[in-house]
Ligand binder design. Structure first.
Ligand code: KG4
Ligand code: ZN
Length: 302
């Protein structure tokens, strides 16, 4: 984060170099914290997409090396599906002891690269109902934070600035032809014009940050709940980095007539536990990957 903050966002070449440097230390630390060694590991799950090709390659090759050297099965995991499985991670051991999913589940996957509304009808079964027409919600947080001169990542910076502040002015909600699609670039442009004083006196930044957050939260919650109602969902799931946002968590929980599952904040942003949880499911379903499995930077869900 510190390195990328200097450039205001993730720089692909730096990201893959950092992955390479961090791989062995992170692996060692994870094993140490888990109190086990590679000898006790039964399988290796790894993200093969979507994402930056360079970073994906570093992870996939490390995973293949471990799987090959120790004769373990390799499991290829879709990063977005990994986010979804964070919803059923209990604090204790996962698997049979985790809360059972209720299908169909309406999933909002909301991160730096994605804003997808997906109907999950069973394990590994997804139907994409909607997506963003332009920026992802997290990307909008990052861009708006940048034009307000706040740090990277933008989501937590905006959340801190907006904490306890009444939103003003009211910002427009995008109207789209497809009912479950999102659009955040118009909102970003509106904030830009306000910050540059092109629409009169510049509003105080905390109020503007609150207004921006309010508009994003409202769009996400309104469409998610409409999709859940229209598809007779049994529960609503919200995952991905932006799902760590307190205002969003509160609004979805308060407004939903259905049970809502949101991972605790540490499990919302990219993490290894979610990939392990999803990989474990895949493995049990007999879906190990060959050792020559490729990375898929443009992989989607549903
Ligand atoms: O899932 P994630 O860790 O990485 C991707 O797969 O993109 O999500 C990162 C995104 C960033 O855009 C970041 O600004 C946003 O999640 N984010 C937040 C918050 N924490 C992280 N957005 C709003 N409020 C937060 N508290
Ligand atoms: Zn992610």
């Amino acid at each position: 984060m510190e390195l990328h903050a200097r450039y205001g966002g993730v720089v692909p070449e730096l990201a893959s170099r950092q992955h390479l440097e961090a791989m062995v230390p992170v692996l060692d630390e994870a094993l140490e914290r888990a109190g086990c060694t590679l000898r006790e590991i039964d399988a290796v799950a790894v993200t093969t997409g979507p994402g930056l090709a360079g970073a994906l390659l570093v992870g996939a090759n490390a995973a293949k090396a471990i799987a090959y050297a120790r004769g373990l099965p390799l499991v290829a995991v879709n990063h977005l599906e990994g986010h979804v499985y964070a919803a059923w991670l209990a604090d204790g051991p996962f698997g049979e002891e985790a809360p059972a999913p209720r299908f169909p589940a309406l999933c909002l996957i909301v991160s730096g690269g994605h804003t997808d509304l997906v109907l999950m009808t069973g394990h590994g079964r997804y139907r994409r109902l909607g997506e963003t027409a332009d920026d992802a919600a997290g990307e909008a947080f990052d861009k708006v934070a940048r034009l307000m001169g706040l740090g990277f990542p933008g989501g937590p910076a905006i959340e801190r600035l907006a904490d306890g502040i009444a939103p003003a002015p009211r910002l427009p909600r995008a109207k789209l032809r497809r009912p479950y699609d999102f659009s955040f670039s118009g909102l970003k442009t509106k904030v830009l014009r306000l910050v540059r004083g092109q629409e009169g006196p510049v509003p105080p930044l905390p109020e503007l940050a609150a207004a921006f957050q309010d508009a994003v939260v409202d769009a996400l919650v309104t469409k998610t709940l409409a999709a859940a109602r229209d598809h007779a969902a049994a529960e609503v799931i919200m995952v991905g980095g932006v799902a760590a946002n307190t205002a969003l968590r509160r609004a979805l929980t308060e407004r939903s007539p259905l049970p809502v599952r949101i991972p605790r904040p540490a499990l919302c942003t990219d993490n290894g536990a979610m990939i392990a949880a999803c990989g474990w499911r895949r493995l049990r379903a007999g879906q190990a990957a060959p050792l020559d499995a490729d990375v898929r930077p443009g992989l989607r869900i549903g």
